[in-house]
Ligand binder design. Structure first.
Ligand code: GRG
Length: 303
């Protein structure tokens, strides 16, 4: 279904904008990723399988839309977006492993370990993570080495022990545990929010944006990431097992904002966060219409 939302004087076609980024990203990733050759071909095939399968590409979209605010060249923003998507893909490959979520499906098809094998999936995830930093360090990311260094540091922080990996650790430990709302929010902000935040921040870093504008984008991403996680949990709770969406029934005993607050309050919370996310973008006026539309999409998405 096409989503056309009125933003200022022009209609915003989010589907077309997402599609454009998605196609540009696919081409970029396909060109950047190694080709399967030699004795190591199997791990490269697994890397390509995990990244070139059809994801929503929300993080790349955030990079490109944020970078567009500062007039960044599209090749540079897609290059950076590919690096962040490689980290995201690695996290999904490892999250699906039997030692973690033990999920045989991802994006409606066999997950990486189910298609290949566990050892290959571990190696493919490792290779995607390291490849992301190789891409960022490449001068096609930005001519200024300081900018590249800043991106490397920001992505490493967002992904590591005080970022996504830390959130995943807390998540794994949370099974069968009581957690307060604040503890769950912290877990979600680390596990999902940090990668959303670096995606928006990357656009600002590439555009050498002033601190005030970086902070506005951080605030937006912060609230959007949490809203996204709540809607993810709402979809799990509302849809359960659904072949069409590729979702599996995840009846685990991990606390989520939905399990603690209930469906209705959790939805209200997501709505409040989306409205707050959009209000951070006031400084950009109409130029941020696409990012605002994306925030609305997070509330209405069906997968
Ligand atoms: C293994 C270090 C490590 C981290 C895993 C991302 C993650 C951390 C776990 C994924 C578990 C999960 C389903 C989290 C809910 C939110 C989320 C990140 C969903 C997946 O992102 P989407 O919906 O995926 O953007 P697509 O497939 O569209 O790219």
């Amino acid at each position: 279904m096409m989503k056309v939302i009125q933003g200022g004087t022009s209609a915003i076609n989010l589907d077309a904008a997402l599609q454009e980024v998605s196609e540009g990203l696919y081409e970029k990733m396909d060109r950047l990723l190694p080709k399967p050759e030699g004795g190591e071909a199997r791990v490269v095939e697994a890397m390509r399988y995990a990244t070139l399968s059809p994801g929503k590409r929300l993080r790349p979209f955030l990079v490109v839309a944020s970078a567009d605010l500062f007039g960044v060249d599209r090749h540079a923003s897609l290059h950076t977006a590919a690096a962040i998507e490689f980290v995201h893909a690695y996290s999904l490959v490892h999250d699906d492993l039997p030692a973690m979520d033990n999920d045989p499906l991802r994006r409606g098809q066999p997950s990486c370990w189910a298609k290949f094998d566990e050892a290959t999936a571990i190696l493919a995830g490792d290779a995607l993570l390291t490849f992301a930093f190789e891409c960022l360090a490449d001068d096609r990311t930005h001519a200024d080495s300081k900018v590249r260094c800043e991106l490397v540091q920001a992505l490493a922080r967002a992904s590591g022990a005080n970022g996504m990996v830390g959130g995943q650790m807390i998540d794994l430990l949370s099974e069968e545990q009581d957690m307060t709302i604040d503890q769950i929010i912290r877990l979600q902000r680390l596990k999902t929010g940090k990668l959303f935040a670096i995606s928006c921040e990357a656009g600002a870093i590439l555009g050498k944006a002033p601190q005030r504008l970086r902070q506005a984008l951080q605030g937006y991403a912060h609230d959007l990431g949490l809203a996204f996680q709540i809607t993810d949990d709402l979809l799990d709770a509302e849809k359960g097992s659904d072949k069409e969406s590729g979702r599996q029934d995840k009846s685990t005993h991990k606390p989520t904002l939905v399990s603690v607050m209930g469906l209705e309050r959790a939805r209200e919370q997501a709505e409040m966060l989306v409205s707050q996310a959009k209000s951070h973008l006031g400084v950009f006026d109409k130029r941020a219409a696409l990012l605002k539309t994306l925030a609305d999409f997070v509330l209405t998405r069906e997968h």
